[in-house]
Design a protein around this ligand. Structure first.
Ligand code: ZN
Length: 143
């Protein structure tokens, strides 16, 4: 009888130890994942700082900035594509952006709901005219 109790006690202790190990390991893994994410953000912030530094007129043409000039041009291109896609998404959703305050407004609205600016119908037309251009840019991204 005491053997059975001892065995149960040992089993329970081992199980608790295992569970504790699994718990601790998963907590450590979560911490590592959080730190990896933080590192990603820090790298991105570093990149943004360098990008801004080399975009400034006073640093334009400096040797160290020339090394990353090509990447800066690529980033500008990507940002333009993102802006074009965002505009396209808004258009598809029936929205336009107010040229004054940047608020998104339903296309059929005559006035901006945020600042009251009169929204010209030409804004809608202009977006429509850009449609083919935007489609081309979208194809370039997927290729
Ligand atoms: Zn507005």
């Amino acid at each position: 009888m005491s053997d059975i109790i001892a065995a149960i006690k040992e089993f329970t202790e081992n199980t608790a130890k295992k569970a504790d190990t699994v718990y601790r390991a998963s907590m450590l893994k979560l911490s590592a994942a959080a730190l990896a994410k933080m590192l990603e953000i820090q790298y991105r912030e570093l990149g943004l700082a360098v990008y801004k530094m080399c975009k400034s007129d006073e640093n334009n043409g400096k040797e160290e900035c020339e090394e990353i000039a090509a990447l800066t041009v690529q980033i500008d291109g990507t940002r333009k594509r993102i802006a074009a896609l965002e505009k396209r998404i808004e258009y598809v959703m029936g929205l336009v952006r107010c040229p004054d305050c940047g608020n998104t407004v339903k296309m059929r609205n005559a006035y901006c709901s945020a600042c009251g600016r009169r929204l010209a119908a030409e804004e809608e037309k202009r977006v429509e005219e850009n449609e083919n251009q935007i489609e081309d840019q979208m194809l370039k991204i997927t290729n």
